[in-house]
Design a binder for this molecule. Structure first.
Ligand code: FAD
Length: 471
């Protein structure tokens, strides 16, 4: 076996000083040369455990082998056969804890840069003429609720299986968190629009500005509107708050509100766009997940002179992707580890005048398996900030589940399902993604959407033979 290069081929990226003040994409993507060079590092293991590390089981060695041979069309076909959102997943998936964590090279060298190669192949595909076409072969129609990754992938898979699918989306644009949460500098909207465009070309209809549970109910869809089955992919968009004094002051926002104002409502373009985003010179973002990193980096791009992360545990316990953390550090974000917010202080006019915090130390592991933060007495101090953004987690909004009799949820408001199929307690209704798991990842949501689509197909074909209605 040839000796493999120890290091990954570096992803070209824009310099930190330049990128920290605009919304253009940070990573620039591999060239064809980089991609082939990196693909040659793959060992093509007989027992390719990397495939098991991918929630949608992309045949990783096969697509990488095609890249190494310079057969990009074949690579794209293999990739898309398993993952309908490769240009998105190649940019935002936490590969370091999934496929790349299982890579056979990883025990001695850096793992193959599977995510960077996925992105390269998907971006190559984007330069080619689209060969997608609508092929409705079944009489039954299916409705999908929510146009985030779980709903989009479910709709795509059902369409591939021949169904007419309509997605109902509450917001005025499709994409879910990919649209309103993840900023342009990580996932350009052009990429999202392209992936959604492919689904539309396959025949998926997307109806925006419809809140299921308010505008229409599940029973309307299953009854008078004649859908044979439903998939719920409504996500976990309800932000959590700390419950500390001063949280209702002007200048305190949830990360969801902040990012939605900027990403979806184009707050960066005010007054050309209608939605303002008032941001102080100094911003504290509370939390250390992907949402927190996105919010803190967005603060810098919106003009903050200082942007800090405040997190009650240490760097080792943060849940953000390592790449996002490194990018944030390079861009000048500061980190207050082991720091717990106690109170948001009033400046005397109803606006944020500072954030009172306390230092922490780590104790034994708690129920989450992470070290428990313990307050250090007498360590209180005030962070001088004018804006506080809370990124401490989200949970599912109960609007739809409360309005729907017979749809079982757990104590956190997550829809309860049979995991392999996504089948809920309500007949003909399936669910997946964050609405079921609570806040998780794009690829897990995509995987759930795909499995549910296959289960819907099995349940509809068990009842009747396939009916060809023109092709
Ligand atoms: P969502 O993406 O939340 O989509 C749900 C959709 O349903 C929304 O469009 C919503 O408007 C719509 N909806 C809700 N209720 C209704 C209703 N009643 N009627 C009609 N429509 C409705 N994951 C990663 O893997 N990598 C990352 O880097 C990453 N970064 C993230 C950054 C941020 C800021 C956030 C918030 C999350 C991030 N995640 C990341 C998590 C990931 O985006 C989610 O796990 C994923 O989007 C969940 O997909 P979903 O389809 O379940 O729900």
């Amino acid at each position: 076996m040839p000796i493999k290069r120890a290091e990954k081929t570096t992803m070209p990226m824009r310099g930190a000083q330049m990128r920290a003040h605009d919304f253009n994409e940070v990573n620039e993507g591999y060239s064809r040369f980089h991609a082939v060079f990196e693909a040659e590092r793959c060992l093509r293991c007989q027992d390719a455990v990397c495939v098991g590390g991918c929630p949608v089981n992309v045949p990783i060695p096969d697509f990488i082998h095609a890249v190494a041979m310079g057969e990009m069309a074949a690579a794209a076909k293999i990739l898309r056969s398993a993952n309908p959102l490769p240009a998105i997943c190649g940019r935002v998936c936490p590969q370091e804890t999934q496929c790349e964590a299982e890579c056979g090279l990883g025990s001695r060298f850096a793992p193959v840069a599977i995510g960077h190669l996925e992105r390269f192949v998907a971006d190559w595909e984007r330069t080619q003429p689209s060969r997608v076409e609508a092929k409705i072969t079944r009489r039954e129609k299916v409705a999908v609720i929510g146009a985030g990754p779980s709903g989009l992938v479910c709709a795509g898979e059902l369409t591939r299986l021949g169904y007419k699918v309509t997605i109902y989306e509450a917001l005025h644009a499709a994409g879910g968190v990919l649209r309103y949460g993840i900023p342009e500098f990580r996932l350009p909207k052009e990429i999202l629009d392209w992936e959604i465009g492919l689904l539309k070309a396959m025949g998926v209809e997307i109806v925006c500005n419809v809140i299921i549970g308010k505008t229409l109910t599940l029973d309307d869809l299953l009854g008078r509107m004649g859908y044979a089955a439903l998939f719920i992919g409504t996500g976990a968009g309800l932000p959590q708050f700390l419950g500390i004094p001063g949280e209702n002051l002007n200048g305190v926002m949830s990360a969801n509100e902040f990012l939605t104002r900027v990403n979806l409502m184009r707050g960066y373009d005010f007054p050309e766009a209608d939605t303002p985003v008032r941001i102080g010179k100094r911003v504290a973002v509370i939390g250390a997940g992907n949402t927190a990193m996105d919010a803190v980096r967005t603060s810098l791009r919106m003009g903050a002179e200082e942007a800090v992360i405040v997190y009650r545990r240490s760097e080792n316990e943060m849940s953000a992707r390592v790449e996002e953390y490194h990018h944030a550090s390079e861009e000048g974000v500061m980190f207050h580890w082991l720091t717990n917010p106690l109170e948001v202080l009033d400046d005397g006019n109803g606006w944020v005048g500072g954030l009172k915090c306390q230092r922490m130390e780590l104790g034994e592991a708690d129920a989450s398996g992470r070290a428990r933060p313990i307050p250090i007495k007498g360590s209180e101090f005030v962070l001088p900030v004018e804006t506080v953004v809370l990124a401490i987690g989200t949970k599912p909004n109960r609007l739809l589940t409360k309005a729907t009799a017979g749809l079982a949820t757990n104590e956190k408001g997550c829809i309860m399902v049979d995991a392999p199929t996504g089948r809920t307690s309500k007949p003909l209704v399936f669910a997946g993604g964050d609405a079921v798991t609570g806040a998780a990842t794009v690829i897990l949501a995509a995987g759930a959407g795909k499995r549910a689509a296959q289960a819907i197909h099995r349940s509809l074909t068990a009842a009747s033979e396939p009916v060809l209605v023109g092709n």
